[in-house]
Design a protein around this ligand. Structure first.
Ligand SMILES: NC(=O)c1ccc[n+]([C@@H]2O[C@H](COP(=O)([O-])OP(=O)(O)OC[C@H]3O[C@@H](n4cnc5c(N)ncnc54)[C@H](OP(=O)(O)O)[C@@H]3O)[C@@H](O)[C@H]2O)c1
Length: 335
């Protein structure tokens, strides 16, 4: 297969290129080259998707495209340039396209209502999900019987540029305090649902090979948050004390859920966002999506974190000094 990845210099695009190369395909990536390197063995064609001429250096036809765009105008420029030269289009979307992520959306499948579509020229990150709704429909219109839309959940594993999945095994492997205590959210009912980037990548490639079409929630199983944290702890062989703190305590101390600076990654406010962590993945499983056990994701995420340097600045989580200080504050409170 001749596979074109629109992207390929970041987390999922690079993993998809690796999966395709492992399966003997020829891989071309189109990107500006500012996010990182492409996988060894893939060709990089430098182009800017903001520009209609950004695809001018691509040569020949392709059996399939894997597109990771976030912006409708990037999808539009690509479709204008490439529709006649491609057999199938696989678009990586997100579960953020769904209008309802409240508890009433638990176990919702792909037929659940979507956000109103957003189609602005200037990129606005807060329009991420609504922009993906537009991207999906542009692809579906251009490839009515040969598109695949993968609505991905949280991506995890090695090279996670959001720094979320590596936080937990790394913190357990390198606690911030000499007594080894680790601060964890106490949210007993909370669930988390993530997919190892390599499992999604492989499924995209296999689907491109087989010509699988349709719209799929592409995610792993929904598991209790405490079980996910326990899996990360087990991988790091951490046996010191946990310091569980309720969501209200974290909010009062300026610690955010989910992602970003001063956060505790993977934890979402519960049950308010329960729909986000419990999407139905039956259709994708029927279409061949298989996922590895969570500990494997954490083992490899930890290995990558250790290689990247445990002391590096992170985009998600608590810094060791901050976490140590929060634990001291918690322990000094009356029981
Ligand atoms: N991370 C998650 O947890 C999560 C969850 C749900 C869904 N998703 C979806 O999964 C996908 C993740 O893809 P990813 O990790 O490979 O990429 P990404 O982090 O979204 O990066 C975007 C890719 O597109 C390229 N790109 C951006 N602007 C460009 C431009 N103007 N012209 C040409 N190329 C451009 C970037 O390369 P250059 O900067 O080098 O140009 C990079 O390779 C996205 O579709 C995301 O929406 C992610």
């Amino acid at each position: 297969m001749r596979l074109l990845i629109l992207g390929g210099t970041a987390f999922l695009g690079r993993a998809t290129a690796r999966a395709a190369l492992e399966r003997g395909h020829q891989v071309t990536c189109l990107a500006r080259g500012t996010s990182g390197q492409v996988a060894d063995g893939a060709d990089l064609v430098v182009g800017d998707r903001a520009d209609t001429r950004g695809y001018a250096d691509l040569v020949g036809d392709f059996d399939a495209v894997v597109d990771v765009a976030r912006q409708p105008r990037h999808v539009r420029t690509a479709l204008d340039a490439l529709t006649m030269r491609v057999d199938r289009w696989l678009f990586v979307s997100t579960i953020n396209v769904y209008a309802d992520v409240s508890p009433s959306a638990v176990d919702a499948d792909e037929s659940a209502p979507l956000l109103p579509a957003w189609d602005g020229e200037e990129w606005a990150p807060e329009q991420y999900g609504a922009g993906k709704v537009t991207c999906e429909s542009l692809v579906a219109q251009a490839f009515p019987s040969s598109h695949l839309i993968a609505r991905a959940g949280l991506l995890g594993g090695p090279e996670d540029v959001s720094d979320r999945t590596g936080y937990w095994p790394l913190r357990f492997a390198h606690p911030s305090r000499a007594d080894g205590r680790v601060l964890v959210p106490h949210s007993p009912d909370a669930q988390v649902q993530l997919i190892d980037v390599r499992d999604l990548a492989r499924w995209l490639v296999v689907s491109a090979e087989s010509g699988t079409t349709g719209v799929f929630n592409a995610n792993g199983p929904s598991v209790p948050l405490h079980a996910a944290i326990a899996a990360a702890r087990g991988v790091a062989a951490h046996t010191d004390e946990l310091v569980p703190v309720p969501p209200e305590w974290l909010a009062a101390h300026g610690v955010s859920p989910w992602m970003g600076e001063r956060s505790l990654p993977l934890w979402v406010p519960w049950p308010d966002l329960a729909g986000m962590m419990t999407v139905d993945t039956t259709a994708a499983q029927r279409a061949g999506l298989t996922v590895r056990p969570l500990p494997e994701t954490f083992i490899d995420a930890l290995a990558w974190e250790l290689q990247a340097g445990p002391g590096r600045a992170r985009k998600a989580g608590l810094s060791p000094a901050d976490e140590a200080d929060l634990i001291t504050q918690r322990l000094s409170e009356p029981a």
